[in-house]
Design a protein around this ligand. Structure first.
Ligand code: NAP
Length: 313
């Protein structure tokens, strides 16, 4: 496994981070808790020591499953958790970065994970009103209390730049969507990581699964309990689907040349193209995470990288 030190921290993490969205048990079709737990164990066997979750994934279910899977191995890994989506049963969901909410959210997450500290605590979404400096103050209180070790941002854009200038060194990483199927954030990712000294973490790194090579124009019929059935998940619909399937053909050829799989080649593209990045990748079962871990330890040839850049333009 390849590792990287998160900026402004003493945390050394695997460049492949297991995403915990499917562990929420909601929105990804059928998942089995046993398979998810086995997947966490297989991830660790493959050298993955970085696990991502969020308060909002299955309204805390993802944190519970992750905590259960890690058990006594919790101190051997780095947990990335996220807050900011204020979702409570029977209430309207909204983005919230207020101090009161963050402190309450952190307590709940610690309890569900069964741990007394979160290594990396991430603002899932800005709430459009709480100044970033105030969020940093709140996070520093949690840090002083030993409840979190470091903090990060997610889904940031041009609009966050001004405030970030005054917080350089506070945030050690940021999560934005990026893959061969979604390169719209590419410029921001390069700019934010260098200008604000934060480790880039990419989510949706397999385009929510389309880049794995297992989907074709004829088998993208998702159940209602699968977010990808909705048009908003553009990777599986219309012209975008057609374009993605062309990218998959190139990935299949490249993967064959390297004796690996399209998923592994799609992840390798990000590892090679965005230096010192961490690739977040979701997995529903052990075989998927074992396959994704294969992206480590080799590199694409330069002409392959350029071919992938051209086809995904
Ligand atoms: N900060 C944020 O706002 C944000 C947003 C979204 C996600 N994230 C994080 O990033 C992680 C990754 O993103 P994502 O889960 O949305 O998408 P993703 O990693 O692009 O796709 C994950 C899905 O692809 C399929 N898959 C994965 N590996 C496979 C393999 N080797 N072979 C075949 N199929 C495979 C699985 O679904 P199927 O088997 O059903 O196809 C899996 O659930 C999330 O889990 C979450 O931790 C963060």
């Amino acid at each position: 496994m390849e590792y990287v030190q998160l900026k402004n921290t003493d945390l050394t993490v695997s460049r492949i981070c297991m995403g915990g969205c499917p562990m929420g048990g909601y929105g990804w079709g059928h998942v089995e808790e046993k398979e998810l737990i086995d997947a966490v164990h297989i991830a660790m066997e493959n050298g993955i020591n970085f696990f991502d979750t969020a308060e909002t994934y299955g309204l805390g279910q993802s944190e519970k499953t992750l905590g259960k899977a890690l058990g006594s191995k919790r101190n051997n890994v780095v947990i990335s958790d996220k807050f900011g989506v204020h979702a409570r049963a029977g209430q309207k969901t909204f983005y919230d970065n207020s101090r009161e909410y963050i402190i309450e959210a952190c307590e709940g997450s610690l309890k569900r994970l069964g741990t007394d500290y979160i290594d990396l605590y991430t603002v899932h979404y800005r709430d459009g009103k709480t100044p970033l400096a105030e969020v940093v103050d709140t996070l520093n209180i949690l840090k002083q209390q030993g409840k979190i070790r470091y903090f990060a941002l997610s889904n940031i854009s041009e609009a966050d730049k001004e405030e970030l200038k005054n917080c350089i060194g506070s945030f050690c990483a940021f999560q934005n969507e990026y893959s061969l199927a979604c390169r719209k954030n590419e410029k921001d990712i390069f700019e934010f990581s260098s200008k604000f000294n934060m480790t880039p973490m990419t989510w949706g790194s397999l385009g929510q699964g389309i880049l794995t090579g297992k989907y074709t124009a004829d088998n993208v019929n998702f159940s209602e309990n699968d977010r990808r059935s909705r048009d908003i998940y553009v990777n599986f619909h219309g012209d975008k689907l057609k374009k993605n399937l062309q990218i998959v053909e190139v990935l299949k050829r490249i993967a064959k040349e390297h004796g690996t799989t399209p998923s592994s080649a799609a992840i390798r593209f990000i590892l090679d193209y965005i230096s010192e990045s961490v690739v977040l990748v979701g997995a529903k079962r052990p075989s998927q995470i074992a396959d994704n871990a294969e992206a480590s330890g080799w590199t694409l040839f330069e002409e392959e990288l350029y071919e992938l850049l051209r086809i995904s333009e």
